[in-house]
Design a binder for this molecule. Structure first.
Ligand code: GLC
Length: 582
């Protein structure tokens, strides 16, 4: 909680969030639901409104499923509402709890997580037209008249995406609408309080976190806040950390659940999985979905078809996340004590299993384990010795030492061992400093990597950079030819031949990296710079129109291939907004 008074009530916050719901970048959905309602024709990673001013005359319904494209998850290609003369009633308002057609003559809302209800507000009559899924030519168009006692229609969607259709009265529809409204108002009542200029976007980001909740039936209906219901329907390991940090400011219980889920399936040797999803976990290259493998093959990656399975995980920031979530509810941290051994074992795993050349400094055995999938530092042979990994490991051992002391671990050698390993890893990390080039250089199978990527700046997180090194890093952040773009911080230096302003981890700005740099600047004794970068990061999200997956560093707009309503961008916007409001 910050010292800022909340001037907006839950209804006002819901309206502020609703202003961003365009059914293209932000679909209509409900916490725990797998159903997504888009404008007809929209939906999918690349969808952008052709003409955002054009009226929406029909909606499309899809389900959100692990590693399955929206086009393969279509329930209704189009639902239209026609007036008595047969003219379509366009969408005239979208709020978190309802979509309004024809100025309110008809509304659509959820009727529980797996059903929609469409109903008349006035007398009608109207006709609801349901067009079956794309590719199913045999599915007839169904026309349901709404009038009199038959004033609403319920659409219940089964797990196989088939719909059962039942006509009901106006009262039934009103009850569904009221239940949805109550649910969203309860959610918005917990919106973190921030500075007035950041409150509207914070409300939208809080909506994103609620909207991105899915249930995992195989795990007792655990609530996973997924990176995106459009594209990433599962609990990704480091996404869960960032999402938990943002959630902790309004719903600490849900924040803890994310960490508990992320840490629930370590391997026998302590490795945490890359992804927890409805059908299991993704922990080695053998678990990769076929489409993913195909993408790696197309990119010419040597790792597309490894001889033996390669472990897949995500960066060791678990203790960092645990500490942040603990800080949100001081004094109540027994839940965290229970997670500590799993985190400590995952840290040991890096040194025992992923120090692939046995020199005391672990490597990434697969680009996915870094979270920066297509960064140019992985263009050469694997494994990759990377300055970001070194920095995370230094940080995590230092944090594990503090946590061991905080929880009164009886054996003092536990904290000492973590501290000693942190110091030893820092020494190895400093060996990656390239004096001539003036940056931390990654190594591919032991050989220096040419690319200068943002991973070279993450050693700031250790707060232990020697002065001349720190000066070089700060200068790089300011230099227009390196990381000083109009909207920063790009993920590859501008003068690097591999820089591209639109390609995923090869140039665009990512909110998690900016947040880590904010933390790194603060840890390195640069509070003004930290604050300035935090301000520029929240300004970027506001300018770009929402918490997208990644941004073009020149225009500050969503990169074309980036997904929208992205979990960690929303969560970390909130984290930075809370910091800036203290
Ligand atoms: C992409 C990102 C990775 C992230 C995942 C889920 O693969 O590169 O860092 O964890 O998406 O958001």
């Amino acid at each position: 909680m910050t010292g800022v008074a909340q001037t907006m009530d839950a209804a006002a916050l819901a309206r502020a969030a609703g202003a961003h719901l365009d059914l293209v970048r932000a679909p209509f959905t409900l916490p725990r639901s797998r159903l997504l309602v888009f404008a007809a024709g929209a939906g999918g990673r690349r969808a952008v409104p052709v003409d955002p001013a054009a009226p929406i005359e029909g909606v499309r319904v899809c389900t959100a499923e692990y590693e399955r494209r929206l086009d393969d998850c279509e329930v209704f290609r189009e639902i239209r509402v026609l007036d008595a003369a047969g003219a379509p009633l366009p969408v005239t308002d979208i709020q978190p709890q309802l979509i309004e057609f024809g100025g309110g003559a008809v509304t659509l809302s959820f009727a529980g997580p797996a059903a929609l209800s469409i109903g008349l507000r006035g007398d009608g009559p109207v006709l609801v037209e349901l067009h079956g899924p794309r590719g199913d030519a045999s599915a007839p168009v169904q026309r349901i008249p709404l009038t009199g006692a038959a004033a609403s229609v319920g659409l219940e969607i089964a797990p196989d995406r088939s719909a059962s259709i039942a006509v009901a009265d106006a009262k039934r529809h009103r009850e569904h609408a009221e239940t949805s409204e109550r649910l969203w108002l309860d959610w918005f009542a917990n919106t973190p309080r921030v500075r007035p200029d950041l409150q509207g976007m914070t409300a939208f980001c809080w909506w994103v976190l609620g909207a991105n909740i899915v249930e995992l039936p195989a795990l007792g209906n655990a609530r996973a806040v997924v990176p995106s219901k459009i594209g990433y329907v599962g609990l990704w390991q480091w996404d869960a950390y960032f999402i938990a940090v943002g959630l902790s400011h309004g719903d600490p219980e849900l924040a803890r659940e994310q960490l508990q889920l992320a840490f629930r399936f370590p391997s026998a040797d302590g490795q945490l999985p890359d992804v927890v999803h409805e059908e299991g976990i993704l922990a080695t290259s053998d678990d990769l979905p076929p489409a993913d493998r195909e993408t790696l093959r197309r990119a010419g990656s040597s790792i597309a078809d490894p001889g033996s399975p390669v472990p897949l995980t995500k960066p060791p920031l678990a203790a960092w996340a645990l500490r942040k979530v603990m800080n949100a509810t001081p004094g109540d941290d027994e839940w965290a004590r229970a997670l500590l051994p799993t985190i400590a074992r995952s840290q040991d795993w890096w040194f025992a299993v992923s120090d692939l050349d046995g020199d005391g400094m672990p490597e990434y055995g697969h680009p996915y384990s870094s979270g920066l999938d297509d960064s140019p530092i992985f263009d050469g042979p694997l494994p990759t010795t990377a300055p970001d990994l070194g920095a995370y490991l230094v940080l995590q051992d230092a944090e594990l030492a503090r946590l061991a002391e905080h929880f009164g671990v009886a054996d003092p050698s536990v904290a000492e061992t973590h501290r000693a390993r942190s110091a030893a890893t820092l020494a190895k990390l400093l060996e990656l400093w390239d004096e001539d080039a003036g940056f931390f250089r990654a190594r591919a199978a032991g050989e220096p990597v040419g690319s200068y990527a943002v991973v070279s700046l993450l050693p700031l997180l250790t707060g232990a950079m020697p002065d001349p090194v720190l000066d070089c890093m700060l200068a790089a952040l300011d230099d227009e030819q390196l990381f000083g773009t109009p909207w920063g911080v790009p993920t590859v230096a501008v003068d690097d031949p591999d820089f591209s302003p639109e390609r995923m981890w090869r140039g665009p700005v990512w909110i998690n990296i900016n947040t880590l740099l904010v933390e790194g600047l603060r840890a390195s004794g640069q509070p003004e710079r930290a604050r300035d970068l935090a301000e520029r990061t929240v300004a970027l999200v506001t300018h770009g129109g929402g918490p997208h997956e990644y941004f073009n560093p020149y225009t500050g707009e969503k990169a074309e291939t980036a997904t929208t309503a992205f979990g960690w961008s929303a969560a970390l916007f909130i984290e930075l907004a809370v910091q800036l409001s203290a």
